[in-house]
Design a protein around this ligand. Structure first.
Ligand code: AMP
Ligand code: MG
Length: 484
């Protein structure tokens, strides 16, 4: 199989000492059956599965056979879950290796739902079909929205039932990531209190993700600085499209700046900053509007891990790290403002921009307007006309906006082009996802594929879009579950 598929493994993480991982193979499954494969992603990875028959693909994407050159491990990590520190690790996933593309880009290939490991605690090591398909479609949607994300290469059923509230079909997702190293990986090493191990991890991460820092005089501090920037960029992107991650524990925050772990995540429809979908997030810790503050909180936990490597003098190290963490607020505000200016097509800067933006958000909030569709309406797309926008307050706001637009640039074409580059015309709406998953659970993937297709080009006007832009039933509270 190796020759036809073009696997090109170089497993650097599995060559690290056993402190960082456990060598373990996926637990064989009873009746593997490939459900879904991402041919476009396979192409991007220079993998060619076209000559492989379905049985072999099914065996491959459940881990029943492992490709040559792979070296399966479960990674060790810790994490703050809803603020509480816990030792974790891949409890239901194995990293089978790092694949290099022809232009030397390195990707982790991971099976999620692949059986018990040393880190499974009380879990069964398995995942259900619905949540794996959900991760597939939302992670791919995020990628197509130009937001850094892990990707999904395949979903295969195991042919085994798993027990949750009810028996469910077991499945395995093949996840592709630039790496699976998390803030929690650093926390795990920090908890062991061995400076040399932290040095190994730091050097590994710098070499793999931030090679521009290799000759830096203070790698730990510079790494903190770039990761603050990456994470701000990421959360600003989430805010741009109304994405709510739902479980921003430190073990679910990557060092690469990619969105990871699509558990109870969902997209907001009505603009309500306090939106929370997750059934377990009773306090709203991970609500839409709290995401920037939680990002900063998580980064502070990351900074703490690096203290021993920042300076021999602990006080000095804490001072330097705190100074960097304290830049978060200003940097976030700047990047958020720029992002919102783009959403409104505002070129240049004006002192009143922030109040113009806040006025619109306030109006949207008070009038229960759809976040995505309001910007589409402002882009003059007829499909998004709605009586709601005839409201006097909205019309008055619009006049102010138009005055601001014409003060810096009067070309409609120019500002619409800017708006079109950042405002999606379609997002994975909760009711559409649910509809697709319900059918898929009954072995009908037609609706799932249609939704996947429309989400491939979220910034482009497509036929049939009307069915995908309506809010779901707003009288029904939408709840997502973590018990995946
Ligand atoms: P998550 O909520 O998916 O980020 O997972 C948090 C932690 O729980 C990770 O260490 C997972 O590996 C572990 N975990 C989640 N579900 C299971 C399961 N069914 N069996 C074993 N471990 C699990
Ligand atoms: Mg996780």
């Amino acid at each position: 199989m190796k020759n036809t598929v073009n696997w090109n493994f170089d497993n650097t993480y599995s060559r690290l000492s056993n402190v960082f991982k456990e060598h373990i193979e996926p637990v064989a499954v009873k009746n593997p059956e490939l459900v879904l494969m991402n041919q476009d992603l396979a192409k991007e990875l220079n993998l060619d599965f076209t000559n492989i028959d379905k049985n072999e693909l099914s065996a491959l994407f459940t881990g029943n056979i492992l490709p040559e050159g792979s070296n399966a491990i479960a990674q060790a990590y810790a994490g703050h879950q809803f603020g509480h520190f816990t030792m974790l690790g891949d409890g239901r996933a194995v990293l089978i290796g790092e694949h290099l593309t022809s232009n030397n880009k390195r990707f982790d290939v991971q099976f999620k739902g692949s059986g018990k490991t040393a880190f499974s605690r009380n879990g069964d090591g398995r995942a259900a079909l619905g949540p794996m398909l959900r991760e597939y479609i939302i992670s791919e949607a995020m990628h197509n929205l130009n937001i850094p994300s892990t990707r999904s290469l395949a979903v295969a059923k195991t042919g085994e039932e798993i027990i949750r509230d009810t028996p469910l079909q077991g499945a395995i997702l093949t996840r592709i990531a630039s790496s699976h190293i998390r803030v929690g990986t650093f926390q795990y090493v920090a908890a062991r209190n061995k400076k040399d191990e932290m040095e190994i991890l730091l050097n590994y991460v710098v070499k793999r993700h931030y090679p521009e820092l290799i000759n830096s005089k203070n790698k730990a501090l510079d790494l903190l600085n770039v990761i603050i920037d990456r994470q701000i960029d990421l959360v600003v992107n989430w805010m741009r499209v109304g994405f709510i991650h739902g479980v921003m524990n430190t073990d679910n925050m990557t060092i690469s700046g990619e969105t990871i772990d699509y558990g109870p995540c969902a997209f907001m429809d009505i603009y309500e900053p306090k939106t929370v979908f997750s059934s377990i997030d009773k306090m709203g810790r991970y609500a839409y509007c709290n995401q920037p503050a939680i990002t900063k909180w998580n980064l502070s936990r990351f900074a703490e891990c690096l203290i021993p490597l920042i300076d021999k003098d602990e006080d000095k190290a804490v001072k330097s790290a705190t100074e960097l963490i304290d830049t978060f607020g200003r940097k976030y505000e700047e990047k958020w403002l720029k992002m919102m200016r783009n959403k409104l097509g505002l070129l240049g800067e004006d002192n009143k921009d922030k109040s113009l933006i806040v006025d619109l958000l306030t109006w949207m909030h008070q009038n229960k307007a759809d976040y995505t569709n309001t910007f589409c309406h402002l882009m003059k797309l007829k499909e998004y006309d709605d009586d709601l926008y005839k409201d006097n307050n909205f019309q008055n706001w619009k006049k102010n906006w138009e005055t601001r637009l014409s003060s810096k640039n009067n070309h409609t074409e120019k500002y619409i082009k800017l708006m079109r580059s950042v405002n999606p015309l379609v997002i994975p709406r909760n009711h559409k996802i649910e509809e697709a998953l319900e059918m898929a659970n009954n072995n009908n993937l037609e609706i799932f594929h249609k939704l996947l297709k429309i989400l491939e080009k979220p910034y482009v006007q497509q036929e049939n879009i009307l069915d995908y832009i309506k809010m779901g039933d707003t009288t029904r509270e939408y709840i997502t579950f973590c018990g995946t």
